[in-house]
Design a protein around this ligand. Structure first.
Ligand code: HEC
Ligand code: HEC
Ligand code: HEC
Ligand code: HEC
Ligand code: HEC
Ligand code: HEC
Length: 347
């Protein structure tokens, strides 16, 4: 991608150390990696990730790169890129490292230190128990050995399972999205209605996601985020202007053999989004609140009253209407009108 010039090559090792702050980048300055982190965490990090930032930096000429760090313009950049004292040679090495990083990507995420320690400790304990069981025989009761080994194995499996869940679909699933879109900023702080962006939820099977065009209704004008500066909103503008799809990572996903309709719940059943999706307007990173298991659906149908009066949809249930009118029953649950029949969800 980068034509080899005849000029000097950057020393990427020096660049890497500057990036991590192992070589001083200026009195009182922050290391780049403290904001531009290699890996994302459970909480929103509003700064561009290291790799995303590196991709932008790789395209800059050295003069622009220098300007962004030493004499930045733009409200957010002026706030974050301060006190850097880097000479041209250091900037050249630093950018060289970023070019390499933009091509190789971040290294695989290591297991957290605590987990690794527990994992190793358990391994050690089990080894001792095993050795004592077979050779040294210092502990009198075999049950102790067995207990240690059973505990050890089950805890280790739990740790491994936890690592696997991070990769798959599950309750609490919150993957990285291509743009740091926050429901708290939009649905919470700015009180934008859920249906403004998920307009299909009222009439359709799926709720649907908004297009970049819809985002631009506001971001034609709003170009600076209080948390993220121009970087994230810049991606929206770029997608819109270059007609690219924003590839949101899907979070909720029922298996194909289950039928679920938003309209049935939002419009007919008059359920709030929050009953199923939780406190979305307080989430910076959206996460799946419920496990979407069959019992989750069935339980709610058994507990939730349907509003029979004045809703044409329920006209056909004459017997239930009669019971209600005659006081034979005081409420009608979703399950009473067949919501828990197998065929309603499994066609
Ligand atoms: C205190 C946090 C912080 C530190 C430290 C930091 N940055 Fe940034 N950087 C940001 C934020 C936030 C943005 C997005 C600013 C915006 O778009 O308005 C950004 C943007 C950038 C950009 C993209 C410029 C653009 O907006 O197009 C580059 C390149 C960059 N940083 C490089 C670096 C390098 C190299 C270092 C270390 C010498 C560094 N940053 C240190 C927070 C930081
Ligand atoms: C300004 C537009 C906007 C508004 C307003 C908005 N959303 Fe979203 N919503 C999005 C975008 C974009 C995504 C995809 C990115 C993500 O998952 O964060 C999304 C994703 C979701 C998802 C997860 C979809 C999946 O992949 O499974 C749910 C659930 C959701 N929104 C519910 C709500 C609820 C409830 C409200 C109102 C409290 C709301 N949204 C308001 C734009 C919006
Ligand atoms: C009765 C529970 C329930 C209610 C109420 C509900 N949802 Fe959902 N939602 C789900 C389930 C279940 C899925 C997964 C559907 C699938 O995988 O087919 C889902 C998926 C989604 C998705 C991602 C996939 C899609 O359908 O486009 C979005 C976005 C979403 N819901 C937004 C909303 C919004 C906004 C509201 C309120 C207007 C709402 N939901 C109300 C249960 C609900
Ligand atoms: C109805 C208006 C509206 C729509 C539609 C809208 N936004 Fe926003 N967005 C805002 C406002 C207002 C802010 C807050 C700006 C600020 O921080 O001052 C914002 C902030 C942001 C930020 C920066 C957050 C921060 O605090 O740094 C991002 C990123 C963003 N929006 C992405 C999107 C995306 C992606 C879409 C489309 C799915 C979208 N927006 C649709 C009004 C909107
Ligand atoms: C928050 C409570 C709630 C949850 C959770 C819920 N539902 Fe429902 N559901 C209702 C209510 C209330 C109705 C009755 C509305 C109506 O159809 O008249 C209903 C009705 C239905 C119906 C229509 C039955 C008919 O009469 O045609 C189907 C199908 C359905 N739900 C599927 C599901 C599936 C699949 C899930 C789980 C993924 C689910 N529901 C989760 C509340 C819920
Ligand atoms: C209200 C909706 C609903 C009704 C009614 C319903 N199911 Fe399910 N069923 C689901 C959902 C949702 C799943 C997916 C669970 C998952 O992925 O964990 C499922 C999964 C299954 C599976 C696959 C096993 C599995 O765990 O993935 C079978 C078999 C099944 N259902 C049988 C039935 C039978 C038999 C009935 C009637 C007694 C029935 N279902 C009624 C929603 C429903």
């Amino acid at each position: 991608m980068y034509a080899k010039s005849n000029g000097p090559e950057p020393d990427v090792k020096v660049g890497e150390r500057l990036f991590y702050g192992l070589i001083s980048t200026g009195e009182g300055s922050n290391s780049c990696v403290s904001c531009h982190t290699m890996h994302t965490a459970d909480t929103m990090n509003w700064n561009p990730s290291a790799v995303e930032m590196a991709k932008v930096a790789a395209e800059m000429d050295l003069a622009t790169f220098k300007e962004h760090l030493l004499t930045p313009s733009g409200a957010m950049r002026e706030k974050v890129h301060v006190k850097y004292q880097l000479d041209d040679e250091q900037l050249f090495h630093l950018q060289g490292y970023l070019k390499e990083l933009s091509e190789t990507g971040a290294k695989d995420k290591p297991m957290s230190i605590n987990q690794l320690l527990i994992f190793l400790l358990l391994g050690g304990l089990m080894t001792i128990a095993l050795v004592d069981l077979i050779f040294t025989k210092k502990i009198p009761y075999k049950a102790i050995h067995v207990l240690i080994i059973i505990f050890g194995v089950s805890f280790q499996l739990k740790i491994v399972a936890h690592e696997m869940i991070d990769l798959g679909r599950s309750e609490g699933y919150m993957p990285d999205q291509p743009i740091k879109f926050s429901h708290k900023v939009h649905a919470g702080d700015n009180k934008i209605d859920c249906l403004y962006c998920h307009s299909n939820a009222d009439e359709g099977k799926s709720a649907g996601l908004p297009s970049a065009g819809l985002c631009m209704n506001c971001h034609q004008v709003v170009r600076n985020g209080s948390h993220s500066g121009q970087f994230e909103i810049g991606k929206v503008v770029d997608a819109y202007e270059n007609n690219k799809d924003i590839e949101w990572v899907r979070i909720h996903n029922l298996p194909d053999h289950v039928f679920f309709s938003h309209a049935q719940h939002v419009n007919v059943g008059q359920r709030d989004c929050q009953e199923c999706h939780g406190d979305v307007e307080n989430m910076h990173i959206l996460k799946q609140e419920n496990d979407l298991s069959m019992s989750w659906c069935l339980d709610c149908h058994k507990e939730t009253n349907v509003n029979f009066k004045g809703n044409d949809y329920y006209k056909t249930f004459e017997a239930l209407h009669k019971d209600l009118a005659e006081g034979v029953r005081d409420s009608i649950k979703a399950a009473d009108i067949g919501a828990n029949d197998c065929m309603k969800c499994h066609h």
